[in-house]
Design a protein. Structure first.
Length: 334
C-alpha cells in the first residue's frame, strides 16, 4: 500500500492530530500533518508545527552529558554524590553517570512508571510554575528511597535524567538548557528544537491535550512550565530528521561515542526492546529510537542508519501516535 494512503487511512480511523514524517536515503518520502494544533482557535497542524517530544528529550540530555564526558568535564564513572553534595541524600553513593544514562541507577523516581496513576492525573507535587530551572527540581526529586543496588537491573527512571541534567550543569558551570542548545542543537543544525515554556509557546507550537471530565483541555497544568533532563523539548519533523543525520555522522559527539550509546546495555522484555545510553533500541536490529509519552504528548522517532530510514510520529494526546506508529513500523521495519 502507498505510504500516504496508509497514513491517511489510519489517521482518519483514529482521529489523529499530529505530524508524520518518513525519510529514506536522503529523500523525504512523507511529510504530513493532521488535525488541529490549537483546538480553541481552530488552528490547523502543519508539517512545520513545533511539537512536544516529552521523554524523547532524554536522548538530547544523554548527548549533552556524553559531550562533557568527551571533553573530560565528566566521566561515566563520576558519582552523582560527588556533585550533589548534601542534596538528594537518598541517592546511593555508588550511583554513577553511566548508571543514570542506562536507567540502571536504582534510585527512586518522582514520576513512577510502575505506579497505577492515570496519565490525566495532576502528578506534580509543587506548582508547575515553580519548575523552570534544573535546581528547582530538587523540590520534587527528594524523598524517594532506593529501589535496588546500582547496576543490578534496568528500571526506567525519569528522575535519573533530571539528576543527570543537574550533574551536567554543576560540573560545567553552564545552565542545562544552554548546554543542550550549544552542544546538541547547534552542531546538529536544529533550528526549531528547544525547551519552550508552556505558558509562552510561540505561534507554531502545537498544544497538548488531556481529556478531563469529558472535555479536552490543554496540558499546561500537568507538566513543568519548563522541562529539564527528562522532557520538555519541542521540535519539528524536519529537525528530527536533521538530528538523526547529524548524530550518526558524528557531528554532535564522535562516532565511537555514538556507537557506545546505541550498544545494548539492557534487554527490556516487557517493552519488547533493548536500551543503551539515552536511546531505546530495536529488539533484534540496529535501529535506534527516541520515545516520549506524557499528558498530552505521544512521540516516537526511529532511525535505521543502514539505509538512512527515519520514521517520526508525534501526536498531541497521550495515545494518538501509537496506532499510526504500529502501522508504519509493520510496513517499514517488520
Amino acid at each position: 500500500m502507498d505510504l500516504t494512503e496508509l497514513v491517511a487511512r489510519e489517521a482518519a480511523r483514529t482521529g489523529f492530530a499530529g505530524v508524520v514524517r518518513v525519510d529514506r536515503a536522503g529523500a523525504t518520502e512523507l511529510s504530513l500533518a493532521f488535525g488541529l494544533a490549537d483546538r480553541r482557535h481552530g488552528l490547523a497542524m502543519t508539517p512545520d508545527s513545533q511539537v512536544a517530544m516529552a521523554s524523547g528529550s532524554k536522548g538530547m540530555t544523554a548527548l549533552a552529558v556524553m559531550s562533557l564526558v568527551e571533553d573530560g568535564t565528566l566521566a561515566l564513572t563520576t558519582t552523582a554524590r560527588s556533585l550533589l553534595g548534601a542534596d538528594l541524600p537518598l541517592v546511593a553513593d555508588d550511583v554513577t553517570v553511566e548508571h543514570l544514562l542506562a536507567h540502571r541507577s536504582g534510585i527512586g523516581d518522582y514520576v513512577d512508571e510502575d505506579a497505577d496513576t492515570p496519565i490525566s492525573a495532576y502528578a506534580m507535587t509543587v506548582p508547575v510554575h515553580e519548575l523552570a530551572t534544573t535546581e528547582q527540581f530538587l523540590a520534587v526529586l527528594d524523598g524517594f528511597p532506593t529501589k535496588f543496588r546500582a547496576g543490578e537491573r534496568f528500571a526506567y527512571c525519569n528522575g535519573g535524567f533530571v539528576v543527570l541534567a543537574l550533574l551536567a550543569e554543576r560540573a560545567s558551570g553552564v545552565p542545562f538548557h544552554d548546554l543542550v542548545r550549544d552542544r546538541v542543537c547547534a552542531p546538529a543544525g536544529l533550528v526549531d528544537t528547544d525547551f519552550l515554556r508552556s505558558d509562552a509557546l510561540p505561534g507554531r507550537a502545537a498544544l497538548g491535550y488531556v481529556e478531563q471530565d469529558g472535555a479536552w483541555r490543554t496540558n499546561v497544568f500537568h507538566l513543568p512550565v519548563l522541562g529539564s533532563g527528562d522532557g520538555g523539548m519541542y521540535t519539528t519533523g524536519a529537525d528530527v530528521h536533521r538530528f538523526w543525520t547529524a548524530l550518526f555522522a558524528g557531528r554532535i559527539v564522535g562516532t565511537d561515542t555514538v556507537a557506545s550509546m546505541v550498544a545494548p546495555r539492557s534487554d527490556v522484555p516487557q517493552e519488547g526492546r533493548r536500551y543503551g545510553l539515552g536511546f531505546w533500541l530495536h529488539p533484534t536490529r540496529d535501529v535506534a529510537q527516541l520515545e516520549g509519552y506524557d499528558a498530552g504528548v505521544s512521540f516516537r522517532s526511529l532511525h535505521d542508519p543502514a539505509d538512512g530510514l527515519t520514521v517520526t510520529v508525534v501526536g498531541t494526546t497521550s495515545d494518538a501516535a501509537w496506532p499510526l506508529l504500529r502501522a508504519l513500523e509493520r510496513e517499514l521495519i517488520g
